[in-house]
Write a protein of this length. Structure first.
Length: 204
């Protein structure tokens, strides 16, 4: 059995993992995400996931809290619209502008996943992509949604598992990926490192 160390402060990722039977140790990476500015959306998501994973895996507390054979997971999500990568909005005005661009259209939510085994230092990584179809919401709905503050804290300025769920008319791909971590992809990455996904269920 191994323990999963989650290199993310995202409550949605933590809740998704917990609902899948995994109780991770959370260590926030604190990396400067601006260092990878200018990359294509899918590459940016993967690059940021690697930055977060590597930053946490190099800290003593990763092994201290997760154990010497812990698996460290870094994830990062960006929404691609018109070829541009959209992370968390800068402020309420930015979130409002994004929804004016997104509504009635479709985007691709990319989540980079990077997983490292502390005992072998072996690392595997991959990006999962899910198409998201947005409702043609009104100006009033956008204003009310932005006023809640929810879109200011999430990539793409929307959630699937929160207040924003009513503004998503459909998806093509893994819904967990839109929330922030693709469980099917993570299972495959765990297997590539020679570990058992079901072994993580009882890690703690």
């Amino acid at each position: 059995m191994s323990t999963l160390v989650l290199a993310s402060q995202s409550p949605a990722r933590l809740a998704t993992l917990r609902s899948a039977g995994v109780e991770p140790v959370v260590i926030v990476s604190g990396v400067d995400e601006s260092v990878l500015d200018g990359l294509p959306p899918a590459e940016l998501a993967l690059g940021l996931a690697r930055l977060k994973c590597d930053a946490v895996a190099s800290r003593p507390e990763a092994a201290e809290q997760g154990g010497a054979d812990a698996l460290v997971l870094g994830c990062d999500s960006v929404l691609e619209i018109d070829g541009a990568a959209l992370g968390k909005p800068d402020d309420a005005d930015d979130a409002t502008r994004r929804w004016a661009q997104m509504r009635g259209r479709s985007g691709v939510l990319h989540t980079g996943h990077c997983l490292r085994a502390l005992d072998t230092d072996e690392e595997v990584s991959e990006t999962a992509s899910t198409v998201v179809h947005f409702a043609d919401v009104s100006d009033e709905e956008v204003a009310a949604y932005v006023a809640t503050g929810e879109p200011l804290w999430v990539a793409g300025a929307f959630t699937l598992d929160g207040l924003g769920g009513a503004f998503v008319t459909g998806i093509e791909g893994d819904p967990h990926n839109v929330v922030g971590v693709s469980l099917p992809l993570l299972r495959l990455l765990v297997a590539r490192l020679g570990r058992s996904w079901t072994g993580l269920w009882a890690a703690r």
